[in-house]
Design a protein around this ligand. Structure first.
Ligand code: GLU
Length: 421
């Protein structure tokens, strides 16, 4: 198997660097500042030996990359996927830095991952792998240092194992070492739905800006994991018509709108969307090329590229995933007048409620759900307004505007801190 940092082609880290350069040029950042903030501060590759259920030991490779701690502790998820590479994790860590800065929360950026196929591992194997990986990256993480969270194919159970391994090693409970934990271990209300909720807030803002009523708008969602499914559910509740949904097993379509609550029930029972009643099976490529108002890529990087971007017929592309558009795709979509809500803005709801969780853990004082939704809405809508303003004032695409905002804030912080020694 060719393990590139992408679903099909290209390298996500090259994309991250290219987008950085474009924003840094536009901000006219001096070369010293660029050198200081562009590259990861710290990277660790670990071997993770795991006793599998068949009695044999399997060696996995794991990574943790801290891209930046300029504005606060490094922050970012942990991904379990067969296509995980160090370059992919470097890209995702870089995007976390700009993302936290765009929503103006006091964190830097990090990401971790293990190259593995969690769908073909037992719960016991996943637990042993998670604990051994945690032990290997332990010197790097901590509530004031670097705080992991869920990402693709990791969840609150994974975070519970990390929290336990870390706490047992230190000798006392330290819930603030991870976010996205179960509520009973110091997790936050609203964290599980936070990414999808943030996506729907930014879509609401984009619709308002474009004068497109969300009620009755048609939506296609690529990827039905945590971000995609919750975004679909909230858009459905807001009166939008979700006409197509895909996951790694298949793609379902109903031009009158899919019954999203039913589809979520089926997905949680069977693990797939394929075969959903009152739907038609379509090809993955057809979903991306579907005529709709809002396309939500919520899977992996590089879903929309030079070779398929011209076929996109949506008015809004809302990047619930990290890095779903390549720079070539960006240029094509921009040329077609498609409004892109860039990932570091669109999906920042997850890390925003992670921040709320961390604050609650540090204070040992927990907030009510409505309080969290209100704060999240305020953060997301403020960030959207700030990015939109740059987009309009400077006449730059939304992605460049978001990168300029995030990178500009990190550049300002690094200039104030100076260089040590
Ligand atoms: N994995 C999520 C992201 O890519 C959340 C990260 C976090 O909460 O730290 O934004």
């Amino acid at each position: 198997m060719v393990t590139t940092a992408t679903t099909t082609q290209g390298n996500a880290y090259d994309v991250a660097l290219e987008n950085f350069d474009a924003a840094a040029d536009r901000l006219e950042l001096d070369s010293d500042t660029r050198e200081m903030i562009k590259y990861p501060e710290r990277m660790l590759t670990v071997t993770v030996p795991v006793r599998m259920d068949n009695g044999h030991i399997h060696r996995f490779e794991g990574y943790r990359v801290q891209h930046s701690s300029v504005r606060g502790p490094a922050k970012g998820g942990i991904r379990y996927h067969p296509q995980v590479t160090l370059d992919e994790i470097k890209a995702l860590a870089t995007w976390m830095t700009w993302k936290c800065a765009v929503v103006n929360i006091p964190f830097g950026g990090a990401k971790g991952g293990i190259t593995c196929d969690p769908k073909h591992m037992s719960l016991g194997e996943l637990e042993r792998m998670t604990r051994r990986y945690t032990s290997s990256i332990l010197p790097m993480i901590g509530p004031e240092q670097d705080i992991p969270a869920p990402d693709v194919y990791t969840n609150s159970q994974t975070m519970a194992w990390i929290m336990d391994t870390y706490s047992m090693t230190k000798g006392y409970p330290i819930p603030g070492v991870v976010t996205g934990k179960p509520i009973s271990l110091g997790g936050s209300l609203g964290r599980n739905e936070a990414t999808g909720r943030g996506v729907s807030y930014t879509i609401e803002c984009a619709c308002e800006h474009l004068g497109l009523p969300l009620k009755g708008a048609t939506v296609a969602v690529q990827g039905f994991g945590n971000a995609g499914s919750i975004a679909a559910q909230l858009l459905h509740e807001a009166g939008a018509k979700v006409i197509a949904v895909s996951d790694s097993t298949g793609c379902v379509y109903n031009r009158n709108g899919l019954d999203i609550p039913e589809l979520m029930r089926m997905k949680s029972l069977t693990g797939h969307v394929q075969g959903f009643p009152e739907s038609e099976e379509i090809h993955h490529d057809e979903l991306l090329a579907m005529e709709c108002d809002i396309l939500v890529p919520a899977a992996l990087e590089n879903a929309i590229r030079a070779d398929n971007a011209a076929k996109v017929r949506a008015r809004i592309v809302a990047e619930a995933a990290n890095g779903p558009l390549t720079p070539a795709a960006d240029r094509i979509l921009d040329g077609k007048g498609i409004f892109v809500i860039p990932d570091i803005l669109c999906n920042a709801g997850g890390v925003t409620v992670s921040y709320f969780e961390w604050v609650q853990d540090e204070q040992h004082l927990f907030w009510e759900a409505q309080d969290i939704y209100n704060r999240l809405e305020r953060v997301m809508k403020t960030a959207f307004r700030d990015v939109l303003k740059l987009h309009l004032d400077q006449g730059v695409p939304m992605r460049l505007a978001a990168n300029m905002l995030g990178i500009g804030r990190v550049a300002e912080a690094v200039k104030l801190r100076g260089i040590y020694p």
